[in-house]
Design a protein around this ligand. Structure first.
Ligand code: C5P
Length: 283
């Protein structure tokens, strides 16, 4: 038997850093949403073997114990004492080290897929709890729907039926290391976005208020190291984008649009400037 699950990319409509915790992580307050740019995770039982075997179509995916999907399978095997082996195939579409939680979403999809393959009947909450052991973005990715996310990422409160917008994703050719960006955070320099106002805008489908309150406290930190991100933002705004923001710790920049035609126009005009451009929709 084999099971396939989608692993959608996420973006942060808002990301605030509230402080550094004693355990080294940062206390965050975020609005996250998922878009229809997805990897596909296929899990298949291995006969007569107990190992976790990884395969992928992408050379950027580590096929070892560092892989988040591998960690997800390990957590499931250990927690439920499962001896059976499993093969995990990662069909990669989401750019890696991009601020789009590609690896975390692969882990979440692996948890969902193994839940079915091994008939564990775990709830979304239970899977999200297991996801905490793998990475801070994994609990959100288990839900995979627009949510207010707090703590280090473990508290996920879904926001039902938000209005869906078009999203243009622009990924510069370099990657960014999340731990390195967090290491450079200086709490006294942080610009705090208004996450309450942003949540209200999302709940009320108020596009103007949403644009006004887009904000990412990590943006200035990543920008200081990678000025190209500013250029991409300027270029997107000059092309007519209503609101632009860096996602997560970067470097991907996204623009939001209400109309498909406009989104397509912006997408075409940025393509000459940056290689990796995706026109996607909020899920
Ligand atoms: O949880 P995850 O392993 O994905 O986090 C990667 C790194 O990002 C952490 O080791 C930490 O340096 C940083 N981080 C943080 N605060 C968070 C999430 C991540 O400082 N809430």
């Amino acid at each position: 038997m084999e099971i396939t699950e989608k692993a959608p990319a996420k973006i942060n409509l808002g990301l605030d850093v509230l402080g550094k915790r004693a355990d080294g992580y940062h206390e965050l307050d975020m609005i996250m949403t998922s878009v229809d740019l997805s990897d596909r995770i296929t899990v298949r039982e291995l006969e007569n073997e107990q190992v976790i075997r990884l395969q992928s179509n992408s050379s950027f995916v580590p096929l070892n114990k560092k892989n988040h999907a591998y960690k997800a399978a390990m957590v499931m095997k250990k927690t439920f004492g499962i001896k059976k082996g499993v093969e995990i195939y990662i069909d990669k579409k989401t750019p890696v080290a991009a601020g789009l939680a590609g690896g975390s979403s692969d882990a979440a999809a692996t948890l969902r897929a193994l839940n079915q393959l091994w008939q564990l009947n775990l709830t979304t909450q239970e899977l999200a709890k297991l996801g905490e052991q793998i990475g801070s973005d994994v609990p959100y990715c288990v839900y995979g729907q627009t949510a207010r996310v707090t703590g280090r990422g473990e508290h996920v409160r879904p926001i039902d039926n938000p209005k869906k917008f078009w999203v243009i994703l622009v990924k510069p050719s370099f990657g960014v290391s999340t731990p390195e960006i967090f290491r450079h955070v200086k709490m006294d320099k942080i610009q705090h976005p208004d996450i309450d106002a942003l949540e209200d805008a999302v709940v009320n489908s108020d596009f103007d208020a949403l644009l006004q309150n887009l904000g990412n406290a990590l943006e200035a930190v990543t920008l200081a190291k990678h000025p190209l991100i500013s250029k991409i933002k300027e270029r997107l705004l000059a092309s007519g984008a209503d609101g632009v923001l860096m996602s997560g710790s970067g470097p991907t920049v996204f623009a939001l649009c209400q109309q498909e035609k406009k989104a397509q126009r912006i997408c075409n005009s940025i393509k000459g400037f940056c290689d990796e451009v995706y026109l996607v929709r909020m899920l």
